[in-house]
Write a protein that binds this ligand. Structure first.
Ligand SMILES: Cc1cc2nc3c(=O)[nH]c(=O)nc-3n(C[C@H](O)[C@H](O)[C@H](O)COP(=O)(O)OP(=O)(O)OC[C@H]3O[C@@H](n4cnc5c(N)ncnc54)[C@H](O)[C@@H]3O)c2cc1C
Length: 463
């Protein structure tokens, strides 16, 4: 949507083809019993590029709220505020945890041999940076839940791109000053959030794109892609629509935000066998979102609860009303539990009733029993939620990305298109960069795009 708006405002004529009947992808929203709900907890982070933030402010006006973050983490049976605060941490964290962290900190200062699990993995990087206690109590079990892998099996790249406080020094700085590491900018633990749900961002971009001349085609899956050269230059043929009613679109450029591995499977003529095999190795973790509709004004005062450890099966529980703080409805609220899974395990195939019971039991175990009447359980399933960076994934990614980069007229970008764990503000930045690469005469500046691409690999995800 960001690219469609940018291109249309530059005078090009973009056509956006979307499989679903709504815009927004994983960053979209829907309505549940009169309450806007997102696909899991979504917030716009203050580190959003100022130009992009200003565009969004122009589009949303007063509807783009700035809200205080108000979450907590369940650690060994104790609740800790998140984002972390020094006094709360000192008084609420389990004493054994605090003693462990203090000992790890001291060991860093002493010239003792440091053991770390394996080499060049998520485990080794974090173990070295944060010490054994934080790894064992938080990051390793959390990683097991999110990606379904042991930390030793996960690439070190995941640690660099997913864990913004990757060293004791950065963690301390974050706790003491509230400054997000690496962003270099101060913010006071706030976030931006649209009054009518996170998807209001995509909806606003949609409306503005159409007003600027873009065509948005919904409910239309891309089935096949034929990049090539014609007498007039590059021409890409895209087959769209359901299998029974396919039609062909011809375009000068195709910018794809489809999952990279899946998109490669649509290209005709198909890639060499080794590229296809690598594409198959770019796996995504799925997520099941379980929404409980409760007959009570608010379930808690918190926007999100984080659960790094079993036996609670979900990683995060959000209460959408606490993101925008609406007055209505007064008699009901929604909770959204995020359960990462594989599409081959029982979570993915379980019915709503089973999943609802699983979440209710998880809440009971966590000390947050639901006492209000349960009005409804709704479930949404996201097949491509988190890229899985298994050790060695880099070679597969580079093989596929390099093959795609030689296809005339084709650019793969966005969270799924670059197999990145990025936030929405990163995806919007990619869109803006791609639009900048368009020359006025309609040529795409590949060299400039490569420079931007190198910059994207430094994105660090914010929670
Ligand atoms: C649980 C969860 C929580 C998150 N929380 C945050 C957060 O707090 N803050 C934040 O900034 N970001 C968050 N994100 C990330 C955010 O959702 C993404 O950064 C954003 O959605 C990326 O946008 P995108 O356009 O690159 O990809 P997507 O949103 O995945 O969009 C891809 C689009 O391609 C479409 N598509 C796929 N296949 C086809 C096909 N064959 N034909 C046509 N269309 C197709 C899909 O329907 C989809 O609309 C979160 C993500 C998840 C999963």
């Amino acid at each position: 949507m960001g690219a469609a708006l940018g291109l249309a405002r530059r005078g090009f004529a973009p056509v956006l083809v979307e499989r679903e009947t709504r815009v927004g992808g994983n960053a979209g929203s829907s309505d549940l019993h009169g309450i806007p709900v997102d696909l899991g907890s979504h917030r716009l982070h203050p580190s959003t590029d100022p130009e992009i933030l200003s565009t969004l402010r122009d589009l949303l006006g007063d509807d783009l709220l700035q809200r205080p973050r108000h979450g907590r983490i369940l650690l060994s049976g104790r609740w800790i505020r998140f984002p972390l605060r020094p006094l709360d941490l000192a008084s609420s964290a389990p004493p054994r945890f605090l003693a462990g962290v203090a000992w790890d900190l001291m060991r860093r200062l002493l010239p003792l041999p440091k053991r770390c699990p394996g080499l060049k993995s998520f485990a080794s990087l974090l173990w070295r940076g944060l010490g054994p206690t934080i790894c064992r109590e938080f990051y390793f079990p959390y990683a097991r839940k999110i990606w379904g892998l042991e930390s030793e099996e996960i690439s070190a790249v995941q640690a660099a791109r997913r864990v913004s406080a990757g060293s004791m020094e950065r963690m301390l700085r974050r706790v003491l000053s509230g400054t997000p590491p690496r962003s270099g900018r101060r913010h006071r633990n706030t976030f931006f959030y649209p009054r009518q749900g996170f998807g209001q961002l995509a909806d606003a971009l949609w409306r503005a794109s159409v007003a600027a001349g873009a065509e948005i085609v919904l409910g239309t899956p891309v089935q096949a892609i034929q990049p090539g050269f014609s007498k007039s230059g590059i021409e890409v043929e895209v087959e769209v629509g359901e299998a029974e009613e396919p039609r062909t679109l011809s375009c000068d450029h195709l910018w794809s935000t489809l999952p990279l591995g899946e998109m490669v499977g649509f290209v005709d003529p198909p890639p060499p066998a080794e590229v296809l095999a690598s594409a198959g190795n770019l796996q995504q973790r799925a997520i099941v979102l379980v929404y409980l509709v409760l007959e009570q004004g608010r379930f808690s005062e918190f926007d999100a609860h984080y659960f790094p450890n079993p036996p609670v099966p979900f990683t995060r529980l959000s209460e959408p009303k606490n993101y925008s703080d609406p007055e209505e409805p007064r008699d009901r609220t929604v909770l959204c539990a995020e359960i990462p899974c594989s599409t081959s395990d029982f979570i993915w195939t379980s019915d709503d009733e089973v999943l609802g019971s699983l979440v209710l039991e998880g809440l009971r175990v966590a000390g947050l029993p639901v006492r209000a009447r349960l009005l409804d359980v709704a479930v949404r399933r996201l097949r491509s939620a988190y890229p899985i960076y298994r050790v060695g994934f880099e070679a597969h990614f580079h093989r596929v990305a390099s093959w795609v980069s030689h296809l005339p007229g084709l650019v793969s970008f966005g969270r799924l298109g670059l197999f990145a764990h990025d936030n929405t503000h990163h995806a919007l930045l990619m869109a803006e960069a791609a639009v900048r690469c368009m020359e006025d005469d309609g040529r795409f500046d590949e060299t400039r795009w490569e420079v931007y691409r190198a910059g994207f690999s430094t994105h660090v995800v914010e929670d």
